[in-house]
Design a protein around this ligand. Structure first.
Ligand code: HH2
Length: 278
């Protein structure tokens, strides 16, 4: 099956790569609809940045940012809400969101009560300080174990659609991120659908610097974003979270096509090349 694409819609002034661009509800709505037109399966609406160092936002302000945008988009595309606040999650679900993207991995009861999907993401610490000195004895075992426990709790508590996400960049060094990407097949092997978000994250800029040796800025990380998202999909991820939807949809379509080839073997290869295309 073709992996799904979740488009990021940050209704915030301070998100790390698009802060301020969609703070206005009308612009946010237009961008959300554009992502849907480009093939996003889900649009993820967030009203509080979780970038390293970010300050928390009041519940009132987050509700003000998120609810009208969720309301405007639902009915056109599946909407998820990216929040760690119970009241915001509930209001967004009332406004039409059917997936709760929970970077705190703690709000499964809201999803169970409302019968919506739930994403459990791993984060070490809290955004304000999480990148100061992240440490693990064994990042892969710890992250996978944490997600397994939270997912089991949610499933037993009545959530029917549970996703797990290793939380790339959330209390993790570049080495931790790479280890988690490398061992993604083991997480996929646990049997739950996996969501991965590498889009525009700073480790991409540091690992793949420009010709001048300087780390690539957030707007110059498209190739790294697509490369790592493709890596994640080939490793079995069922959904990728991205800012640049059109390219990601193209990559997801191609990964989906190779999965069909896996299924039907040589015959499908001959069929798809029979027209003499290159
Ligand atoms: N990353 C960000 C936010 N939410 N949710 C999931 N499930 N997985 C992620 O990797 C993830 C996430 C950070 O990206 P962004 O929303 O663009 O930035 P900011 O938090 O600054 O708004």
């Amino acid at each position: 099956m073709q992996p799904r694409v979740m488009g990021v819609l940050n209704v915030t002034p301070d998100s790390f790569s698009d802060g301020g661009r969609y703070l206005d509800a009308e612009r946010a709505l237009a961008h959300g609809l554009e992502m849907a037109r480009c093939g996003a399966d889900v649009v993820d609406v967030g009203g509080e940045s979780s970038r390293p160092g970010a300050e928390p936002v009041s519940e009132r302000e987050e509700l003000r940012r998120v609810v009208p945008v969720v309301q405007g988009l639902s009915g056109h595309v599946r909407v998820s809400v990216d929040t760690v606040k119970r009241a915001v999650a509930e209001a967004a679900i009332d406004a039409g969101a059917t997936l709760l993207n929970d970077i705190s991995a703690s709000l499964w009861r809201v999803a169970a009560d409302a019968q919506v999907g739930w994403v459990a993401m791993h984060m070490q610490g809290a955004p304000r300080t999480m990148q100061h000195d992240p440490r693990y004895d064994d990042v892969v075992t710890e992250v996978h174990g944490f997600l397994r426990r939270r997912a089991r709790e949610a499933i037993e508590g009545g959530v029917d659609e549970v996703w797990v996400d290793p939380g790339i960049g959330f209390g993790k060094t570049a080495a931790h991120n790479l280890a988690l990407l490398h061992h993604l097949p083991a997480l996929v092997g646990e049997g739950l659908p996996v969501l991965v978000g590498t889009s525009r994250k700073s480790f991409l800029g540091r690992l793949a610097s420009g010709p001048d040796g300087e780390p690539a800025g957030a707007q110059d990380r498209l190739a790294g974003s697509i490369a790592t998202a493709t890596w994640a999909m080939l490793a079995g991820a069922s959904m990728i979270r991205v800012h640049d939807v059109a390219g990601a949809v193209q990559a997801a379509t191609l990964v989906g096509a190779t999965r069909i080839e896996d299924q039907f073997g040589e015959g499908s290869r001959m069929m798809t090349t029979a027209g003499g295309d290159r």
